[in-house]
Ligand binder design. Sequence first.
Ligand code: GLY
Length: 326
Amino acid sequence: MDRTNRHTRRNFIKLSALTTGVFSIGKFSAFASPKAEKPIVVSTWRNPDANAAAWKVLQAKGYALDAVEQGAHVPEANPKDTSVGYGGLPDREGLVTLDASIMDEKSNCGSVAFVQGYKHPISIARAVMEKTPHVMLVGKGAQQFAAAQGFKKGNLLTKESEKAWKEWLKKSEYKPYHNPGQHDTIGILALDANGKLCGACTTSGMAFKMHGRVGDSPIIGAGLYVDGEVGAATATGVGEEMIRIAGSHTIVELMRHGRSPQEACEEAIKRLISKRGEEKAKELSVAFLALSVTGEVGAYSTNNVFEYTQTTQREQVVIKSDSYFK
Ligand code: GLY
């Protein structure tokens, strides 16, 4: 199947008329080819409000790094989003622990992992990148740094998430592998009007994970990778799988060697599946999203549930990704 056909066969859902800011949902299928555009922002899953926040920056000819940070803030602050920031489902001890990373067009990067009590780990990650000689801070050290930087501390466990945790405790079964339809980590990639490409990734990680578990999102090269001369990639799903193949870095390297973002995402998913074996991989929800420095987008997932949100001057749409298992 050639790439054009693949794109025409996808389902597109138009979300907004960007000029009016009014959100409306209606199906359309006029998108005939993966047309490269700039500026552009893409994010994992159905995240129209995150994209709208990022678009505000991009439309004003702002910096892609500000765009992805502003975009990431939206689910981080949303108590109804149970896999990112405030309202995230806790670990087995009932503690919400957050991971995040951010990268700019020069491959400068910052990340935090296993952070408790701060709603916006993406901004702490950016501060690590911009204000320290390091790339990654974890746990208490990250929290000390956040306090010193003036970030506001607070309780992240909502009543709803606490209730879900107490319910989970009754059986205490950990089944991270099959979560069809689950809205997961947000990875957000933006190319601004000046051609600068940046990315961010933020999550509360797997619900009811072991205390201390860290997934792919804060691991540079696994959950996020950006090379401003080539492209960017981000991941969502079972983080252990992305870490095993350094998924996001793999995709950017494939793009460097001539693959389109779509081809690169497909190759990374196929590599992951070949390492796991098809039987086991069927149970895994893993997806990649990529954006080239020319504004071309690619996405691919293991199972048939992944969708992503794309915003350009023309429109804001939710696009159902192609997948290995149909
Ligand atoms: N992809 C998020 C995580 O595994 O933590």
